[in-house]
Write a protein of this length. Structure first.
Length: 230
C-alpha cells in the first residue's frame, strides 16, 4: 500500500439521499449526507430512533441502494458495480455486527465462523487456522465447539465480532452492537473494536444510543431526521 492510499478515506459518501416509497408517498430518510471514514477511525453514529441510522449503515454495507448521491469505497465507485461485483466487494470490504440474532443458534461456534470463509472459497485447512487464530485473540478458544445457543449473551456477541472479522474486512459496521449486553460485556466488545481500529487499521462505524459506547469512539456523528450533524 502506498502512502497516498493510507491517507485516502476508506469510505467517501457525498450528498447521499434515501427515500422509502410508501404507496403514493415518498418518505425522505437520509438527506444529503456527506461522510468520510478513514482507516483506524471509530465513528459513533447517534441520533433518535427513526433518524435513519440503520438505513445509513445498510447503504454503507452495500445491502441497500441509496436514492441519490455517490459512494466511493477504496476510491472505487461501488454503486455502479453490478450486483455480483457488489457482493464480492462487500465480502472482503465489510463485516457486520448486529444487535442480536447474529449467530445460527443450531450450529456450533466453529460452524458459524466457518460460513463466511466457505462463501469466500477458503479451503478447509486455512479455515481451521483462521478460526483458531481469531478465537484465540478473542479469548474464546474454549468455546470453539460449543453450540451457539448455549453461549451467554456476551459470548454470542463476542463470537459475532469474531465472525465479522473472518474475511479480514477494512470496515466493521455495527448496529447497536452492545444494545443487549450488560456493561461489562459491552466494554469487552467495544475494546475488541478499539483493537481492530488502533492495531489493525480497520474502521469501525457503530450505531448506538449509549454515550458510554460513543466514548470509546474517536468521532461522534449525529443523525437528526436524516440530516448528519457533526
Ligand atoms: P434508526 O435506525 O435511526 O432507528 P431507520 O434507518 O431504521 O432509523 O429508519 C428511518 C426511517 O425509515 C423510519 O421512519 C423507518 O420507519 C423508515 N423505514 C426504515 N426501513 C424502511 C423500509 N424498508 N420501508 C419503509 N420505511 C422504512
Ligand atoms: Mg436502527
Amino acid at each position: 500500500m502506498d502512502e497516498k492510499t493510507l491517507e485516502d478515506p476508506l469510505i467517501e459518501v457525498r450528498q447521499l439521499t434515501k427515500f422509502y416509497e410508501n404507496g403514493k408517498t415518498s418518505i425522505p430518510v437520509l438527506r444529503h449526507v456527506d461522510l468520510n471514514i478513514r482507516q483506524g477511525e471509530m465513528v459513533a453514529v447517534m441520533g433518535p430512533s427513526g433518524s435513519g441510522k440503520s438505513t445509513l449503515l445498510l447503504i454503507l454495507g452495500l445491502l441497500l441502494s441509496p436514492t441519490g448521491g455517490t459512494y466511493q469505497a477504496l476510491g472505487k465507485d461501488v454503486l455502479s458495480l453490478d450486483p455480483h461485483a457488489q457482493a464480492l466487494f462487500r465480502r472482503s470490504f465489510v463485516g457486520f455486527v448486529f444487535q442480536a440474532c447474529n449467530l445460527i443458534e443450531g450450529s456450533t461456534v466453529y460452524e458459524n465462523l466457518e460460513l463466511p470463509l466457505i462463501y469466500a472459497g477458503v479451503g478447509k485447512k486455512q479455515r481451521r487456522e483462521r478460526i483458531l487464530e481469531l478465537l484465540e485473540r478473542a479469548n474464546m478458544s474454549h468455546r470453539i465447539h460449543h453450540p451457539a445457543k448455549l453461549l451467554s449473551g456476551g459470548e454470542q456477541q463476542r463470537a459475532a465480532v469474531v465472525r465479522a472479522l473472518m474475511n479480514n474486512p477494512r470496515v466493521i459496521l455495527a448496529d447497536e452492537p452492545t444494545g443487549q449486553l450488560d456493561r461489562e460485556n459491552g466494554r469487552i466488545v467495544m475494546e475488541s473494536f478499539q483493537k481492530c481500529a488502533a492495531q489493525e487499521g480497520r474502521a469501525i462505524v457503530a450505531v448506538t444510543h449509549d454515550p458510554e459506547v460513543a466514548a470509546f469512539c474517536t468521532r461522534v456523528c449525529t443523525l437528526r431526521d436524516g440530516t448528519l450533524l457533526r
